[in-house]
Ligand binder design. Structure first.
Ligand code: PLP
Length: 380
């Protein structure tokens, strides 16, 4: 059996080596390291793939979120509602811009932001909602769009874990995640579903005014050379990373399908294991792209399972061990523990198993056999 890894970038590279090597070499031979042809080519390729008017590439997924927020003309103290159960980048950029993060609890089935809690958190200062399509499953966009329209709020999708998924509305309209709200953001960090060979990110929007504003912000606030109209940043996707992404984008649907197949195998093997809750895929967002395959472990046995997996050298991840409202940097006297029942519980129950496009059935069988055995042994 091939060595089991959380992600297997070496094997993935083997399959695309010729194509990637030649496209990277081309950048080096042309010396077009910044804003080379591969970058505009990737922008066009991603616009077509997502069926979105504007893609603005940038340096990473955190920058993408920050720049998205910078483009909205917000002022200090404006409130931004986001999930308590996500990677810190989402809340970090809100705080960095002197906006006020308002964390809310998540849904117990999908780990995504709880729309009822969103409504309860809205105040006259609320300006935007940032749902995170956690682990690859799209948040309840139908409801979030309804809420944001009623309250006149911006909707920014953190699509770092959801790229390639398609959301189906009740009226059967299908739209690619990240292009549903006002702005979508993503990350091309190597382990993401579409990863480059370093850092990278992108911002998507169908709003041409916002796209124009964002293009200036990523380039030092310049709309005309050496005229700085707004405070901007320097955030670019470099040409070598764009070349890698041009080679990999045509494979994204295949990669996501492989992840989905792996998730089905896992869930089949865990069927009947009453200590585990396998991922729940909701009806109107069928297309979960399984950035992570995340189990809930019941009866307080998560940490014991984690120790057992460590002993067997089976990799796993705990995403996320501490909800954001309990992180030192983001404590806020307004938060009450009883408002975060689900995110607190999830941080004690979740465990993510190896998940990537190169995972094979033997590896999955091995992992599941060991995990099922662990729970059987507990009973004896
Ligand atoms: C990875 C990730 C980010 C940040 O992306 P970077 O490219 O690492 O800056 C933001 N939000 C979520 C949900 C992520 O998973």
């Amino acid at each position: 059996m091939k060595k089991i890894q959380m992600v297997d970038l070496q094997t993935q590279y083997k399959f695309i080596k010729d194509k990637v090597d030649s496209s990277v070499l081309e950048v080096m031979q042309n010396g077009t390291f910044i804003n080379g042809p591969s970058v505009s080519e990737f922008q066009g390729n991603l616009e077509s793939y997502l069926n979105v008017k504007h893609v603005i590439p940038c340096a990473n997924g955190t920058d993408a979120l920050q720049i998205a927020l910078m483009s909205l003309g917000l002022k200090p103290g404006d409130e931004i509602i986001t999930s308590d159960f996500t990677f810190a980048a989402t809340v970090e950029v809100i705080a960095l811009l002197n906006l006020t993060p308002v964390l809310v609890d998540v849904d117990i089935e999908t780990f995504n932001i709880d729309c009822e809690k969103v409504v309860q958190a809205i105040t006259p200062k609320t300006k935007a909602i940032i749902p995170v399509h956690l682990f690859g499953q799209v948040a309840n966009m139908e409801e979030l769009i309804r809420i944001s329209k009623i309250h006149n709020l911006f909707l920014i999708e953190d699509n770092a874990q959801g790229i390639g998924s398609t959301y189906e509305f009740l009226n059967k309209t299908k739209i690619k995640s990240g292009t549903i709200g006002d702005i979508g953001t993503t990350s091309f960090f190597p382990s993401k579903n579409l990863g480059c060979f370093g850092d990278g990110g992108a911002i998507f929007t169908n709003n041409s005014d916002l796209a124009h504003t964002i293009r200036g912000i990523v380039n030092h606030g310049m709309y005309k050379r050496y005229h700085h109209d707004v405070v901007g940043v320097n955030s670019r996707l470099d040409s070598i990373q764009a070349a890698v992404l041009n080679s990999k984008l045509p494979l994204l649907d295949f990669y996501n399908e492989r992840r989905k197949q792996a998730s089905l195998l896992y869930s089949q093997r865990f069927d009947g294991n009453e200590y585990l809750i396998t991922p729940i895929v909701k009806g109107n967002c069928q297309s979960h792209v399984f950035h992570q395959y995340t189990l809930r472990v019941l009866n307080g046995m998560r940490d014991d399972l984690a120790d057992y997996l460590s002993d067997l050298k089976i990799p796993f991840g705990i995403y996320y061990p501490i909800p954001l409202h309990r992180q030192k940097a983001y404590v806020d006297i307004r938060y009450k523990e009883e408002d975060f029942k689900i995110s607190n519980l999830m941080s004690e129950q979740v465990i993510s198993l190896p998940m990537h496009s190169e995972l094979d059935e033997n590896q999955i069988d091995f992992i599941c056999e060991k995990i099922n055995k662990f729970f059987k042994d507990q009973e004896n």
